[in-house]
Design a protein around this ligand. Sequence first.
Ligand SMILES: Nc1ncnc2c1ncn2[C@@H]1O[C@H](COP(=O)(O)OP(=O)(O)O)[C@@H](O)[C@H]1O
Ligand SMILES: [Mg+2]
Length: 204
Amino acid sequence: MSQWEFSTGTAEATQRLAENLAPLLRAGDLIILSGELGAGKTTFTQGLGRSLGVREGIISPTFVLVRIHPNLADGHNPGGPDLVHVDAYRLASPGEIDDIDLENTMDSAVTVVEWGEDRVEHLADSRLEIELVRTVGGQAPAASHPSDGGGRQDPADDFDFAGTFADADEDDDEPRTLRLRAVGPRWEGVDLSRLDQPAAPRNS
Ligand SMILES: Nc1ncnc2c1ncn2[C@@H]1O[C@H](COP(=O)(O)OP(=O)(O)O)[C@@H](O)[C@H]1O
Ligand SMILES: [Mg+2]
């Protein structure tokens, strides 16, 4: 298991980090995103999608459990993996996850699961865990983990958050800390320490 930590000052910077991760990903990879509502899980996924060259329109899938964004044959990464974007917020147990049959799509896709911790680990023997933490006054709040209670809001609150953040513009950029943990054989020897560096130009 390896760990890395990054900070970003803007939503754009969080997306750039994701864009730099994307070229290292391949079909079958599982990414588990955690962090409170509004932390930037969907924002991060948008950056991934952009760089993977999949169909656009990545939005918070809260009321749709799974969205498949197919790789675009006429995009900049033809033949690359699809992106399967899951929101597991409402799924109480690994059993409910099994009902949505992610196994079917995993082989041809990068599977990204928001709120996936303790729910989807059984789907693959390796995974990348990414925790996004709102940084307040330069420091991560102590009780940022959902299991601390208070981290996971009532689902009804989604509406407020979604409304608030849908209107967000550049002025709302705030620092975030991103903690990456790579688990399993897939990630052995993979160095993710340079995700915040400008990406090398694509060979095309
Ligand atoms: N550094 C940052 N990284 C990511 N998002 C940020 C950052 N600063 C501000 N934001 C804003 O926070 C919001 C995150 O929303 P979203 O990605 O939907 O969160 P989640 O999916 O975790 O609930 C967006 O409006 C985004 O513009
Ligand atoms: Mg989200």
